[in-house]
Design a protein around this ligand. Structure first.
Ligand code: C5P
Length: 401
């Protein structure tokens, strides 16, 4: 399996002669397992046809910012959220100048502004343009803002000059892209994550549950495993594939999730409670199917154990992280839960917002610790999973040194 397996690479092509190499780059990225979508600037289409890139990437090529049809499909904000990395190859001097100025006057610059993930530039231009102080200043500014660089290489240029400014070879760009995801920050660390809903039986055919899809917990598990952690997922009933290198324990009820979680505490450095656990269960699960008779029905419910609290209060407590789904005063309620449950961190999201949270592909959160506050803007759950794991790792590692 390639190192870019399951990664979404948004390849931006700007208008330089090196654009002809971008076709090979699509192939090289795919070889490493990436799913590739392509944005072309107007200039790029002078050098290579969108049809070539569409055929190679297997996806429609995105070209225009104000295109009603494209926006109805995958619009510019969706594209920005979809990308795990934006790679611009070739990145011309003009493209870099526009990015540095914060312009949003075409699709590529707009998507870059709307994207919160890693961005990699493969510059390609004439050697004198590369050496020009304006280009240097733009490059420095972009690097300060987190843009990373691959190349340029030195050598003979299409214009006949010799010097720095040639786009790096596609295979090297693809390798550099995949290196962005190499991480061993959690090597040797053991992480346990609860995910999904629980089901509480009323009788043999009925249960009480909720709309949790498990996507956020599974994204966290994938990111934790990618960062080198020994990762265990304790999952309620969900319809999701187990990420690679993740050990999964399936449970149904809150009590089962509690028992599996506490059994895992002994070998756990970081516990992340992402499951939407039913707070109550029917006092008694009937042995036979409940028959309808009276107009109203009363069910007696009893409290389920609070799993994350039990873990956080365990004598061998791991670094413990909870979630708080709130519909109002998100930060204040989350802060209360952080203290009441004795958590190290709490990740709060606003579930009144239908664009995020339960059952959605996207999420936006605030992460709160005793002396810590960090907002993470709307992003895909995969993207957010990686950002959260990086942030949790940083906070956990600060407690162990
Ligand atoms: O109290 P509330 O349910 O809002 O807290 C949410 C956090 O507590 C989540 O991290 C959730 O996984 C966890 N939780 C738990 N056991 C419960 C209820 C919630 O671990 N019974």
């Amino acid at each position: 399996m390639g190192q870019l397996f399951n990664r979404n690479v948004l390849l931006g092509i700007s208008g330089g002669i090196a654009a002809y190499k971008s076709a090979q780059l699509v192939r090289d990225l795919q070889e490493l397992g990436a799913t590739v979508r392509v944005i072309m600037t107007a200039g790029a289409t002078e050098f290579i046809t969108p049809l070539t890139l569409q055929a190679l990437s297997g996806n429609p090529v995105h070209q225009h910012l104000l295109d009603a049809e494209a926006e109805a499909g995958m619009g510019h904000i969706e594209l920005a959220r979809w990308a795990d990395v934006i790679l611009i190859a070739p990145a011309t001097a003009n493209c870099m100048a526009r990015l540095a100025s914060g312009a949003a006057d075409d699709l590529l610059t707009t998507v870059c502004l709307a994207n919160t993930g890693p961005k990699l530039l493969a510059p390609a231009m004439n050697q004198a343009m590369w050496r020009d102080p304006a280009t240097t200043a733009n490059l420095n500014l972009l690097q300060e803002r987190g843009f990373q660089l691959v190349g340029p290489a030195e050598g003979t240029q299409a214009c006949g000059d010799v010097g720095p400014g040639r786009m790096e070879e596609p295979a090297a760009i693809a390798q550099r892209t995949s290196a962005l995801f190499d991480s061993d920050v959690l090597d040797g660390i053991s992480i346990v994550i609860t995910a999904g809903p629980t089901r509480e039986a009323i009788d043999p055919v009925r249960y009480i549950s909720n709309h949790s899809s498990g996507k956020m917990g599974f994204a966290l598990a994938r990111a934790a495993a990618d960062a080198g952690a020994r990762t265990t997922l304790i999952s309620g009933p969900v319809n999701l594939d187990t990420p690679d290198h993740v050990q999964r324990t399936d449970v149904v009820t809150a009590q089962q999730m509690h028992d599996a979680s506490l059994a895992a505490v002994a070998d756990c450095d970081i516990f992340i409670a992402c499951a939407a656990v039913a707070d109550y269960r029917p006092a008694e699960a009937l042995g036979q199917k409940l028959k309808k008779s009276a107009d109203t029905l009363q069910l007696e419910m009893v409290r389920n154990p609070d799993i994350v609290s039990a873990v956080a209060n365990h004598p061998e407590r791991p670094f413990t992280v909870g979630f708080a789904a709130e519909t109002q005063d998100v930060a204040a309620y989350a802060q209360g839960k952080l203290e009441a449950k004795k958590l190290d961190l709490i990740i709060a999201n606003d579930v009144s917002d239908t664009a995020a949270g339960f059952n959605s592909e996207n999420n936006a959160v605030v992460v709160i610790g005793t002396d810590y506050y960090q907002e993470l803007g709307l992003a895909s759950k995969q993207q957010l999973g990686r950002q959260l794991v990086a942030l949790i790792a940083e906070q956990y590692l600060a407690t162990v040194v």
